[in-house]
Write a protein that binds this ligand. Structure first.
Ligand code: MG
Length: 160
């Protein structure tokens, strides 16, 4: 069995004018929302980039470009579903995903199980293969000042 590792990172700005906060496909009640071309789901964007990177299939900007009007306001779970099909066609399966979300507010731990469930269902893998760890940034940097939320992800794929 050949193993392939991938890394992904994403950040989106937060604002009172932002549409809403969606992370891991779960809508999070919060007065500030993401400013983004899509729904701004940084966790799913980081996971997609890690999956594409591990498979040698480019990156999210190439596969789902900002310039595509069909992707304006796009549901990132649809992009994740499309990424899954790209991986399947190329003969890859997901062994596990580990990820970090950096957000000062709100508290995300109560939403982690719902995020794992949505991502697991979309990727057709068991929930215990997906890890999501919310962190604050101790009040420093863009995330700490609540100007942005970022996410990092690593994935391991098997080549079938
Ligand atoms: Mg993004």
């Amino acid at each position: 069995m050949t193993l392939r590792i991938g890394i992904g990172y994403d950040l989106h700005r937060l604002d009172e004018q932002g549409t809403c906060m969606i992370l891991g496909g779960v809508r999070i009640p919060h007065p500030r929302g993401f400013i983004a071309h899509s729904d701004g789901d940084v966790l799913v964007h980081a996971i997609i980039d890690a999956l594409l990177g591990a498979a040698g299939l480019g990156n999210i900007g190439q596969r789902f470009p900002d310039s595509d009007p069909n992707l304006k306001g796009a549901d990132s779970m649809v992009l994740l579903e499309r990424t899954k099909r790209l991986l399947q066609s190329a003969g890859f399966g997901v062994i596990n995903i580990d990820s970090v979300i950096i957000a000062e507010q709100p508290k995300l731990t109560p939403h982690v199980e719902a995020m794992r469930q949505r991502i697991a269902e979309t990727l057709d893998i068991e929930r215990n293969r997906i890890s999501i760890k919310p962190k604050t940034n101790e009040g420093v940097g863009a995330e700490g000042r609540e100007e942005a939320v970022s996410a990092q992800s690593v994935v391991l794929l098997e080549e079938r």
